[in-house]
Design a protein around this ligand. Structure first.
Ligand code: ADP
Ligand code: MG
Length: 743
């Protein structure tokens, strides 16, 4: 005991915790000393040396400088010195220069709405004086000499001293964080502050091209950033980031001036397929402020990953300009992030511009290489296509929110798809939808690095990546979808060839590949009502069973269903984690994965899928297991013809004939759907017909707007598809044209 107490004495922390919690008087509340408040605030504004540099350089830009140079010692902890040739600071203002909330840039709160300067809070210099020693030397126009004065904790340490000075202002911050021991220690150990400063100056130099920048380490003769004022953005990029970057850039530009969607202008440069880097460089200025926008960055990264996988870490420079009142600059203490009006719309527009630029640049290259002369027939086909082209950027696209298009009601197996009818776009907007579909499927694609690093999954993906047919890959990448030739085959045009493609095979394989690529990273489709596995299994087993009457058989079926349910219940964790197939503890299936955005599988096939999970999956071997679950999902999500016959062909007979109830049961319908008197029969057929029409129209929409766009982006056609009837070349348009010509 005694020794224990002795230890307590030696350890003040332990003593505190062991002290009896006797009832105490409430502690007194008192006002914090202003210097404490200021120091706390300063720690927020000036987080690291680079934040001080940013504030100082922004002040120099606000002072209309044309040349700004930065000298840094010890990563900025010993010295940061920023010199400019701007308008300088008046002698009379020097006493309050470094007080908190003193600024020349803002008077009323309303001014914030139209603020154009970088600074406005009057906090930066003050903050620096609370965490470092600040010395200002400045001269204003027409004066014979300048003044030098040092500050500490917001106030002048002495009267300004007259001194010789060159045009502008020089601000020195020494011993940053001298009074914040913990922060200083952490920063001393990190060696990357200087590179952060160089990076910052590089970005400024690329945007503010009318200002020359330089940045060097104290005592170094060579600057690490050195630019002269120029009128060419490309020159600026070249001198900062190098010739090879500048050489592989594409100019981009877009604007929208529609108050109901968005009002903005953007111009910039993006790298093409020649630029290969380890990480993305995104230099973003919004209303001349250097900011970050993770959503935009991510959106662009995804487009690159999908269109230029080998050059998927791009260089991006973008300058976005919006009416000042549309930007809230006051959302972050270091003003690093801003919030925009209509942010989503703007990001989406920029994303689709980037996408089409990359695609064009890619296609341009392909055409050059292939030298394909379009035949007159091609031209006709293209002309026809162009009727559907969206008007140039800025046009409104009628977007259907994804959640409204998703049917999730498992208790409604035949599907009430009327919502789709309204959702189905028509006429000139179709192509826009296709773009939107591409974009969202692109958005869904994960960075390959993020996919689970489970070896067996990687192996399965490698098998796909190594075993594709390059000729077919070219076809799927560059084909034009013409339409459905019949219930199973789509007609595609590639160069001057026509192909018939089996949609079921194609979609099955695509879904399989996508499951593996999105492994463990799925979004979820929530079933509006959880579906009991046992019932699903019973349904599926009955459908499979050739002799449904047998009583014994029924018992057997129940047994099998029960066993399978138990089996699947044991696998819930794995199914949930890797495939987003959620089974609750009562054995109800309630969630399925989104494999392609804007697409839900035909819920009629759910029973078959569940049975397949129970029967066909090899649960013992990891790789086989992942492979077979992915294949089961692929089969379930494939774009099979709907169960109701296609009403636009011979199938119409099915609806004309008055079908007795028995036949409908095959479709998984109950007599409730039918109504209970004969009079309703006409109605039923009408309803069924429209249901079928909707289902087929929806499938065709998905084929055109989801399947083929995704195929173009993600699909690796396995070699087997060249010979198993999935792709059949039917005609060469050139030859056909020659035949027509002779007629
Ligand atoms: P803010 O930039 O938010 O106004 P700061 O604390 O950064 O606040 O600067 C306070 C004021 O000092 C500025 O409003 C500006 O008038 C003046 N100032 C700071 N740096 C410079 C500079 N390099 N040249 C001219 N004036 C400057
Ligand atoms: Mg400032």
């Amino acid at each position: 005991m005694e020794t224990h107490c002795g230890e307590c004495d030696a350890d003040p922390l332990a003593m505190e915790t062991e002290e009896e919690p006797r009832p105490k008087e409430p502690p007194r509340i008192h006002r914090l000393d202003e210097s404490v408040v200021n120091r706390i605030a300063a720690g927020e504004v000036i987080q690291r040396p680079v934040s001080a540099v940013k504030e100082l350089v922004e002040n120099s830009i606000d002072a209309h400088s044309t040349s700004i140079s930065v000298v840094v010692k010890d990563g900025g902890l010993k010295l940061i010195q920023v010199s400019d040739d701007g308008h300088g600071i008046r002698y009379e203002d020097l006493p309050i220069l470094c007080e908190r909330h003193t600024t020349s840039k803002l008077s009323t709160f309303e001014d914030l709405q139209s603020i154009k300067s970088m600074g406005f809070r009057g906090e930066a210099l003050a903050s620096m004086t609370y965490v470092g020693h600040v010395t200002v030397t400045t001269i204003t126009k027409g004066e014979l000499h300048g003044y030098r004065v040092s500050y500490r904790d917001g106030v002048m340490e002495h009267e300004p001293k007259a001194c010789a000075a060159v045009k502008g202002t020089q601000i020195m911050v020494e011993n940053l964080f001298y009074n914040m021991i913990a922060r200083r220690k952490t920063l001393q150990n990190s060696s990357d502050d200087y590179s952060k400063i160089v990076d910052l100056l590089s970005r400024f130099a690329v945007h503010h091209i009318h200002v020359g920048f330089s940045c060097r380490k104290h005592g170094a003769s060579r600057a690490d950033v050195h630019t002269v004022a120029t009128s060419s953005r490309l020159d600026a990029i070249r001198s900062v980031y190098g010739v090879s970057v500048a050489r592989s850039l594409i100019k981009i530009e877009i604007s929208d001036n529609n108050p109901s969607t968005s009002v903005f202008k953007m111009d910039g440069f993006i790298s093409d397929s020649n630029y290969v880097a380890k990480k993305i460089t995104m230099v973003l200025f919004i209303n001349d402020r250097l900011v970050e926008c993770t959503t935009l960055k991510r959106a662009i990264e995804i487009v690159y990953a999908a269109t230029l996988p080998k050059a998927s870490k791009p260089f991006i420079y973008m300058s976005v300009v919006l009416p000042p009142e549309h930007v809230d600059v006051n959302v972050h203490p270091t003003k690093r992030e801003v919030s925009l009006l209509n942010q989503e719309v703007i990001i989406e527009k920029i994303q689709s511009l980037v996408e089409s630029k990359l695609r064009n640049s890619n296609e341009a290259r392909t055409f050059q290489e292939q030298k394909v002369e379009p035949s007159p027939y091609d031209k006709m086909a293209l002309d026809k296509e162009s009727n559907f082209s969206p008007p140039p950027s800025g046009s409104k696209s009628q977007k259907v929110p994804v959640h409204k298009m998703v049917r999730t009601d498992s208790s409604d197996p035949a599907g009430r798809l009327h919502a789709y009818l309204q959702a189905k776009p028509c006429g000139p907007l179709e192509k826009n939808h296709s773009l939107a579909a591409v974009r969202s499927s692109v958005r869904q694609r994960r960075n390959p690095k993020e996919t689970a690093d489970i070896t067996s999954v990687q192996e399965l993906i490698e098998e796909i990546d190594c075993n594709y047919h390059s000729g077919l890959l070219d076809v799927v990448r560059h084909c034009t979808y013409i339409g459905m030739a019949d219930d199973d085959f789509a007609l595609l045009q590639h160069d001057t060839h026509l192909y018939l493609v089996n949609v079921v095979n194609l979609s099955k394989e695509l879904m399989y590949q996508q499951v593996l690529r999105r492994f463990a990273h799925f979004n979820a489709i929530q079933l509006s009502e959880p579906a009991p596995l046992s019932e699903l299994l019973m349904l599926a087993l009955k459908e499979e069973n050739l002799d449904p009457e047998g009583h014994e058989n029924n018992d057997l079926i129940e047994k099998i269903a029960e066993m399978n349910t138990e089996l699947l219940k044991q696998k819930t964790e794995m199914l949930e984690e890797y495939f987003c197939i959620h089974i609750d503890k009562h054995g109800n299936l309630s969630r399925l994965p989104v494999i392609l955005d804007q697409y839900t599988p035909d819920i009629d096939r759910l029973p078959e899928f569940v049975l397949c999970l129970g029967n066909d999956v090899d649960w013992e071997d990891e790789k086989n297991c992942f492979q077979s679950v992915s294949a089961a999902l692929g089969n379930f999500y494939a774009m099979h013809p709907p169960m109701l016959p296609n009403p636009s062909g011979d199938g119409l007979q099915f609806y004309k004939k008055r079908k007795p109830l028995g036949n409908l049961e095959d479709e998984g319908k109950t007599s409730d759907d039918i109504g209970d008197d004969g009079l309703m029969e006409n109605e039923i057929e009408h309803e069924l017909l429209s249901e079928a029409e909707t289902a087929w129209a929806q499938r065709e929409w998905s084929i055109q707007h989801v399947l083929f766009p995704s195929i173009r982006l993600f699909f690796k056609p396995p070699t087997s598809m060249a010979s198993n009837g999935t792709f059949v070349r039917v005609a060469s348009l050139e030859k056909l044209y020659k035949i027509f010509e002779r007629c």
